[in-house]
Design a protein around this ligand. Sequence first.
Ligand SMILES: *Cc1c(COP(=O)(O)O)cnc(C)c1O
Length: 379
Amino acid sequence: MDVILDRKIQMVDVQGQYQKIKKEVDKSISEVIDSAQFINGPKVKSFQSSLEKYLKVAHVIPCGNGTDALQIALMAAGLKAGDEVIVPSFTYVATAEVIALLNLKPVMVDVYEDSYNINVDLIKPFITEKTKAIVPVHLFGQSADMEVIMAFAKSHKLFVIEDNAQAIGADYTFESGKKQKVGTIGHIGCTSFYPSKNLGCYGDGGALFTNDDELAQRIRMIANHGQKKKYHHSVIGVNSRLDSIQAAVLEIKLKRLDKYAQARRTVADHYDKALASIEHLEIPVRNPFSSHVFHQYTLKVKNFHRNGLQEFLKSHGIPSMIYYPIPLYKQEAFSEFYSGKEHVVAEKLCEEVLSLPIHTEMDVEMMNFITDKITTYFK
Ligand SMILES: *Cc1c(COP(=O)(O)O)cnc(C)c1O
Protein backbone atom coordinates (compact mmCIF):
# COMPACT_ATOMS: atom_id res chain seq x y z
CA MET A 1 0.00 0.00 0.00
CA ASP A 2 1.62 3.21 -1.14
CA VAL A 3 0.68 6.33 0.83
CA ILE A 4 0.18 9.36 -1.38
CA LEU A 5 0.95 12.85 -0.17
CA ASP A 6 -0.73 15.53 -2.24
CA ARG A 7 1.62 18.32 -1.19
CA LYS A 8 5.17 19.03 -2.13
CA ILE A 9 7.75 18.45 0.58
CA GLN A 10 10.47 21.09 0.78
CA MET A 11 13.65 21.40 2.83
CA VAL A 12 12.26 24.72 4.13
CA ASP A 13 8.92 26.38 3.49
CA VAL A 14 9.47 30.13 3.57
CA GLN A 15 6.35 30.71 1.51
CA GLY A 16 4.02 28.65 3.72
CA GLN A 17 5.36 30.44 6.77
CA TYR A 18 4.82 33.82 5.12
CA GLN A 19 1.16 33.03 4.35
CA LYS A 20 0.49 32.77 8.09
CA ILE A 21 2.05 36.14 8.95
CA LYS A 22 1.32 37.88 5.65
CA LYS A 23 -0.94 40.61 7.05
CA GLU A 24 1.52 41.69 9.69
CA VAL A 25 4.55 41.46 7.42
CA ASP A 26 2.91 43.33 4.55
CA LYS A 27 1.86 46.12 6.90
CA SER A 28 5.34 46.38 8.35
CA ILE A 29 6.92 46.50 4.87
CA SER A 30 4.38 49.12 3.70
CA GLU A 31 5.30 51.32 6.63
CA VAL A 32 8.89 51.35 5.42
CA ILE A 33 7.92 52.15 1.83
CA ASP A 34 5.52 54.87 2.98
CA SER A 35 8.21 56.44 5.13
CA ALA A 36 10.86 56.04 2.38
CA GLN A 37 13.44 55.53 5.14
CA PHE A 38 15.04 52.58 3.45
CA ILE A 39 18.48 52.86 5.03
CA ASN A 40 19.02 52.99 8.79
CA GLY A 41 15.36 53.81 9.29
CA PRO A 42 13.43 53.45 12.55
CA LYS A 43 12.60 49.80 11.73
CA VAL A 44 16.29 48.92 11.82
CA LYS A 45 16.66 50.62 15.21
CA SER A 46 13.59 48.97 16.69
CA PHE A 47 14.55 45.51 15.40
CA GLN A 48 18.02 46.02 16.80
CA SER A 49 16.71 46.84 20.24
CA SER A 50 14.15 43.99 20.15
CA LEU A 51 16.95 41.55 19.32
CA GLU A 52 19.17 43.01 22.08
CA LYS A 53 16.35 42.35 24.55
CA TYR A 54 15.68 38.86 23.22
CA LEU A 55 19.35 37.86 23.35
CA LYS A 56 20.03 39.80 26.57
CA VAL A 57 23.10 41.30 24.94
CA ALA A 58 24.31 44.89 25.21
CA HIS A 59 24.81 45.52 21.49
CA VAL A 60 23.36 44.19 18.27
CA ILE A 61 24.92 45.73 15.16
CA PRO A 62 22.96 44.86 12.02
CA CYS A 63 24.83 44.39 8.73
CA GLY A 64 24.40 43.16 5.18
CA ASN A 65 24.72 39.38 5.62
CA GLY A 66 26.31 36.70 7.77
CA THR A 67 29.53 36.57 5.79
CA ASP A 68 29.99 40.33 6.23
CA ALA A 69 29.33 39.92 9.95
CA LEU A 70 32.21 37.43 10.20
CA GLN A 71 34.50 39.64 8.16
CA ILE A 72 33.68 42.74 10.22
CA ALA A 73 34.22 40.78 13.44
CA LEU A 74 37.71 39.72 12.30
CA MET A 75 38.49 43.32 11.31
CA ALA A 76 37.26 44.59 14.69
CA ALA A 77 39.44 42.04 16.47
CA GLY A 78 42.45 43.91 15.09
CA LEU A 79 44.19 40.89 13.59
CA LYS A 80 47.22 41.40 11.36
CA ALA A 81 48.08 39.70 8.05
CA GLY A 82 49.53 36.28 8.75
CA ASP A 83 47.77 35.84 12.08
CA GLU A 84 46.22 32.42 12.53
CA VAL A 85 42.57 31.72 13.23
CA ILE A 86 41.26 28.35 14.42
CA VAL A 87 38.13 27.05 12.64
CA PRO A 88 36.39 23.68 12.40
CA SER A 89 37.07 21.75 9.17
CA PHE A 90 33.42 20.74 8.88
CA THR A 91 31.39 23.90 8.29
CA TYR A 92 30.03 26.23 5.63
CA VAL A 93 32.70 27.92 3.53
CA ALA A 94 31.91 31.46 4.75
CA THR A 95 33.48 30.75 8.16
CA ALA A 96 36.96 30.31 6.69
CA GLU A 97 36.60 32.34 3.51
CA VAL A 98 36.65 35.72 5.23
CA ILE A 99 39.73 34.69 7.21
CA ALA A 100 41.66 33.99 4.01
CA LEU A 101 40.25 37.11 2.39
CA LEU A 102 41.81 39.27 5.11
CA ASN A 103 45.19 37.58 4.57
CA LEU A 104 44.84 35.70 7.81
CA LYS A 105 45.48 31.97 7.96
CA PRO A 106 42.59 29.61 8.65
CA VAL A 107 43.85 26.70 10.76
CA MET A 108 41.38 23.85 10.53
CA VAL A 109 40.62 21.50 13.39
CA ASP A 110 38.55 18.33 13.31
CA VAL A 111 35.11 18.10 14.91
CA TYR A 112 33.33 15.82 17.37
CA GLU A 113 31.77 12.74 15.87
CA ASP A 114 28.49 13.19 17.71
CA SER A 115 27.79 16.95 17.72
CA TYR A 116 29.69 17.88 14.52
CA ASN A 117 31.12 20.90 16.39
CA ILE A 118 34.81 21.77 16.84
CA ASN A 119 36.70 19.27 18.99
CA VAL A 120 38.25 21.44 21.68
CA ASP A 121 40.63 18.68 22.79
CA LEU A 122 42.32 18.75 19.39
CA ILE A 123 43.04 22.48 19.22
CA LYS A 124 46.14 22.71 21.41
CA PRO A 125 48.75 21.26 19.01
CA PHE A 126 47.71 23.87 16.44
CA ILE A 127 48.45 26.84 18.69
CA THR A 128 51.49 28.91 17.67
CA GLU A 129 52.53 32.43 18.64
CA LYS A 130 50.59 33.60 15.62
CA THR A 131 47.29 32.10 16.77
CA LYS A 132 45.07 35.03 17.66
CA ALA A 133 41.47 33.91 17.39
CA ILE A 134 39.06 31.03 17.25
CA VAL A 135 35.77 30.86 15.37
CA PRO A 136 33.56 28.14 16.82
CA VAL A 137 30.54 27.33 14.65
CA HIS A 138 27.27 26.27 16.28
CA LEU A 139 26.49 23.83 13.54
CA PHE A 140 22.95 22.77 12.63
CA GLY A 141 21.39 24.61 15.60
CA GLN A 142 23.35 23.42 18.61
CA SER A 143 26.04 25.25 20.54
CA ALA A 144 29.70 24.30 20.48
CA ASP A 145 31.02 23.68 23.99
CA MET A 146 31.44 27.38 24.79
CA GLU A 147 32.45 27.13 28.45
CA VAL A 148 35.40 24.92 27.55
CA ILE A 149 36.23 27.05 24.49
CA MET A 150 36.18 30.28 26.51
CA ALA A 151 38.48 28.80 29.16
CA PHE A 152 40.86 27.57 26.46
CA ALA A 153 40.75 30.94 24.70
CA LYS A 154 41.48 32.77 27.93
CA SER A 155 44.52 30.69 28.72
CA HIS A 156 45.89 31.19 25.18
CA LYS A 157 44.78 34.84 24.87
CA LEU A 158 42.55 34.14 21.89
CA PHE A 159 39.75 36.31 20.60
CA VAL A 160 36.49 34.35 20.22
CA ILE A 161 34.09 34.99 17.34
CA GLU A 162 31.01 32.77 17.40
CA ASP A 163 29.58 31.83 14.02
CA ASN A 164 25.97 31.69 15.09
CA ALA A 165 24.38 31.68 11.64
CA GLN A 166 22.64 28.39 12.43
CA ALA A 167 21.76 28.52 16.12
CA ILE A 168 20.07 31.83 16.89
CA GLY A 169 17.73 31.41 19.85
CA ALA A 170 19.54 28.40 21.32
CA ASP A 171 20.50 28.53 25.01
CA TYR A 172 23.85 27.46 26.40
CA THR A 173 23.92 26.15 29.97
CA PHE A 174 27.10 26.64 32.01
CA GLU A 175 28.31 24.21 34.71
CA SER A 176 26.88 26.62 37.26
CA GLY A 177 23.43 26.24 35.74
CA LYS A 178 23.50 29.76 34.31
CA LYS A 179 21.94 29.99 30.86
CA GLN A 180 23.02 32.38 28.12
CA LYS A 181 21.91 32.84 24.53
CA VAL A 182 24.27 31.24 22.04
CA GLY A 183 26.18 33.94 20.14
CA THR A 184 26.51 36.22 23.17
CA ILE A 185 29.22 34.26 24.99
CA GLY A 186 32.32 34.98 22.88
CA HIS A 187 33.81 38.44 22.37
CA ILE A 188 31.67 38.80 19.25
CA GLY A 189 28.83 36.69 17.87
CA CYS A 190 27.78 36.73 14.22
CA THR A 191 24.56 35.69 12.59
CA SER A 192 22.87 35.53 9.20
CA PHE A 193 19.27 36.37 8.34
CA TYR A 194 19.41 34.54 5.00
CA PRO A 195 15.82 33.46 4.18
CA SER A 196 16.29 29.78 5.08
CA LYS A 197 17.99 30.49 8.42
CA ASN A 198 15.98 30.07 11.64
CA LEU A 199 15.44 33.83 11.79
CA GLY A 200 15.36 34.61 8.09
CA CYS A 201 14.39 37.77 6.25
CA TYR A 202 13.23 38.12 2.64
CA GLY A 203 16.63 38.91 1.16
CA ASP A 204 20.08 39.23 2.69
CA GLY A 205 20.78 40.33 6.23
CA GLY A 206 23.10 39.71 9.16
CA ALA A 207 24.20 41.03 12.54
CA LEU A 208 26.97 41.07 15.11
CA PHE A 209 26.47 40.83 18.87
CA THR A 210 28.76 41.94 21.68
CA ASN A 211 28.65 42.92 25.32
CA ASP A 212 31.77 45.07 24.95
CA ASP A 213 30.96 48.78 24.44
CA GLU A 214 34.29 49.61 22.83
CA LEU A 215 34.11 46.69 20.43
CA ALA A 216 30.54 47.65 19.53
CA GLN A 217 31.70 51.13 18.61
CA ARG A 218 34.51 49.74 16.48
CA ILE A 219 32.16 47.31 14.75
CA ARG A 220 29.69 50.08 13.93
CA MET A 221 32.49 52.19 12.55
CA ILE A 222 33.93 49.39 10.38
CA ALA A 223 30.51 48.46 9.01
CA ASN A 224 30.03 52.10 8.03
CA HIS A 225 33.13 52.88 5.93
CA GLY A 226 35.36 53.23 9.00
CA GLN A 227 33.54 56.44 9.71
CA LYS A 228 33.47 57.94 13.19
CA LYS A 229 31.84 61.23 12.23
CA LYS A 230 30.27 61.94 8.85
CA TYR A 231 33.01 62.17 6.21
CA HIS A 232 35.74 61.53 8.81
CA HIS A 233 37.19 58.06 8.26
CA SER A 234 39.43 56.64 10.98
CA VAL A 235 40.00 53.15 9.64
CA ILE A 236 39.44 51.22 6.42
CA GLY A 237 35.95 49.81 6.65
CA VAL A 238 33.24 48.33 4.49
CA ASN A 239 29.70 49.23 3.55
CA SER A 240 27.43 46.66 5.13
CA ARG A 241 23.89 47.54 6.16
CA LEU A 242 20.62 45.81 6.95
CA ASP A 243 17.80 47.19 4.79
CA SER A 244 14.86 48.75 6.64
CA ILE A 245 12.53 46.45 4.66
CA GLN A 246 14.39 43.39 5.92
CA ALA A 247 14.30 44.74 9.48
CA ALA A 248 10.54 45.17 9.08
CA VAL A 249 10.22 41.44 8.28
CA LEU A 250 12.63 40.38 11.02
CA GLU A 251 10.79 42.36 13.67
CA ILE A 252 7.64 40.32 12.98
CA LYS A 253 9.45 37.00 12.84
CA LEU A 254 11.55 37.58 15.97
CA LYS A 255 8.36 37.57 18.04
CA ARG A 256 7.77 34.02 16.82
CA LEU A 257 11.32 32.72 16.97
CA ASP A 258 10.82 30.56 20.07
CA LYS A 259 7.59 29.16 18.68
CA TYR A 260 9.36 28.40 15.42
CA ALA A 261 12.16 26.61 17.28
CA GLN A 262 9.53 24.56 19.09
CA ALA A 263 7.94 23.58 15.77
CA ARG A 264 11.33 22.44 14.51
CA ARG A 265 11.93 20.43 17.69
CA THR A 266 8.57 18.71 17.23
CA VAL A 267 9.73 17.52 13.80
CA ALA A 268 13.08 16.43 15.27
CA ASP A 269 11.33 14.51 18.07
CA HIS A 270 9.20 12.73 15.51
CA TYR A 271 12.23 11.79 13.41
CA ASP A 272 14.13 10.63 16.51
CA LYS A 273 11.34 8.36 17.61
CA ALA A 274 10.72 6.86 14.19
CA LEU A 275 14.35 6.43 13.15
CA ALA A 276 16.35 5.72 16.32
CA SER A 277 16.07 1.96 16.12
CA ILE A 278 16.82 1.59 12.41
CA GLU A 279 20.10 -0.19 11.77
CA HIS A 280 22.57 1.93 9.76
CA LEU A 281 21.05 5.20 11.04
CA GLU A 282 22.32 7.45 13.81
CA ILE A 283 20.04 10.22 14.97
CA PRO A 284 21.63 13.58 15.92
CA VAL A 285 22.77 13.95 19.54
CA ARG A 286 21.46 16.70 21.78
CA ASN A 287 24.17 17.87 24.11
CA PRO A 288 23.08 18.56 27.70
CA PHE A 289 24.77 21.98 27.66
CA SER A 290 22.79 23.35 24.71
CA SER A 291 19.23 23.53 23.60
CA HIS A 292 18.87 22.53 19.95
CA VAL A 293 17.01 24.78 17.52
CA PHE A 294 17.41 22.30 14.63
CA HIS A 295 18.45 24.54 11.81
CA GLN A 296 19.06 21.14 10.22
CA TYR A 297 18.10 17.63 11.25
CA THR A 298 21.22 15.78 10.22
CA LEU A 299 21.40 12.01 10.39
CA LYS A 300 24.40 9.81 9.96
CA VAL A 301 23.73 7.05 7.46
CA LYS A 302 26.27 4.30 8.02
CA ASN A 303 27.80 1.58 5.90
CA PHE A 304 27.55 3.31 2.54
CA HIS A 305 23.76 3.48 2.51
CA ARG A 306 23.58 7.26 2.35
CA ASN A 307 23.55 7.94 -1.36
CA GLY A 308 21.15 5.07 -2.00
CA LEU A 309 18.77 6.38 0.64
CA GLN A 310 18.96 9.87 -0.80
CA GLU A 311 18.13 8.58 -4.30
CA PHE A 312 15.24 6.52 -2.93
CA LEU A 313 13.80 9.50 -1.06
CA LYS A 314 14.16 11.65 -4.14
CA SER A 315 12.21 9.11 -6.20
CA HIS A 316 9.37 9.56 -3.70
CA GLY A 317 9.48 13.35 -3.88
CA ILE A 318 11.36 13.78 -0.60
CA PRO A 319 14.27 16.22 -0.80
CA SER A 320 17.33 15.85 1.40
CA MET A 321 20.70 17.60 1.44
CA ILE A 322 24.31 16.78 2.15
CA TYR A 323 25.68 19.46 4.46
CA TYR A 324 28.63 19.26 3.83
CA PRO A 325 30.08 16.97 1.15
CA ILE A 326 33.72 18.12 1.34
CA PRO A 327 35.88 19.07 4.34
CA LEU A 328 37.06 22.67 4.09
CA TYR A 329 40.71 21.75 3.60
CA LYS A 330 39.83 19.77 0.48
CA GLN A 331 38.05 22.68 -1.18
CA GLU A 332 40.13 23.86 -4.10
CA ALA A 333 40.02 27.45 -2.82
CA PHE A 334 41.76 26.39 0.39
CA SER A 335 44.42 24.18 -1.17
CA GLU A 336 47.24 26.41 0.07
CA PHE A 337 46.13 25.74 3.65
CA TYR A 338 46.01 21.96 3.27
CA SER A 339 48.80 20.10 5.01
CA GLY A 340 47.90 16.82 3.35
CA LYS A 341 46.66 15.40 6.62
CA GLU A 342 43.02 14.34 6.53
CA HIS A 343 40.72 14.79 9.52
CA VAL A 344 39.29 11.40 10.42
CA VAL A 345 35.92 12.63 11.67
CA ALA A 346 35.28 15.33 9.04
CA GLU A 347 36.09 12.85 6.26
CA LYS A 348 33.67 10.31 7.66
CA LEU A 349 30.91 12.85 8.21
CA CYS A 350 31.18 14.00 4.61
CA GLU A 351 30.44 10.40 3.60
CA GLU A 352 27.62 9.82 6.06
CA VAL A 353 25.61 12.97 6.81
CA LEU A 354 22.16 13.50 5.40
CA SER A 355 19.88 16.40 6.33
CA LEU A 356 16.14 15.77 6.17
CA PRO A 357 13.43 18.38 5.56
CA ILE A 358 12.76 20.39 8.72
CA HIS A 359 10.82 23.61 8.99
CA THR A 360 8.05 25.39 10.83
CA GLU A 361 5.24 24.33 8.49
CA MET A 362 5.59 20.56 8.62
CA ASP A 363 2.63 18.52 9.80
CA VAL A 364 2.33 14.99 11.13
CA GLU A 365 1.22 13.64 7.77
CA MET A 366 4.37 14.91 6.10
CA MET A 367 6.59 13.61 8.88
CA ASN A 368 4.94 10.18 8.72
CA PHE A 369 5.31 10.08 4.98
CA ILE A 370 9.04 10.75 5.27
CA THR A 371 9.75 8.35 8.11
CA ASP A 372 7.63 5.62 6.47
CA LYS A 373 9.68 5.89 3.31
CA ILE A 374 12.94 5.73 5.24
CA THR A 375 11.71 2.71 7.16
CA THR A 376 10.67 1.03 3.90
CA TYR A 377 14.12 1.61 2.42
CA PHE A 378 15.84 -0.25 5.23
CA LYS A 379 13.34 -3.14 5.35
C1 LIG B 1 24.65 30.94 6.30
C2 LIG B 1 25.95 30.84 6.98
C3 LIG B 1 26.91 31.87 6.89
C4 LIG B 1 26.80 33.03 5.95
O1 LIG B 1 25.67 33.78 6.00
P1 LIG B 1 25.23 34.66 4.72
O2 LIG B 1 24.16 35.55 5.26
O3 LIG B 1 24.73 33.70 3.69
O4 LIG B 1 26.41 35.42 4.27
C5 LIG B 1 28.07 31.75 7.65
N1 LIG B 1 28.30 30.67 8.43
C6 LIG B 1 27.42 29.65 8.50
C7 LIG B 1 27.74 28.50 9.41
C8 LIG B 1 26.23 29.69 7.78
O5 LIG B 1 25.36 28.67 7.88
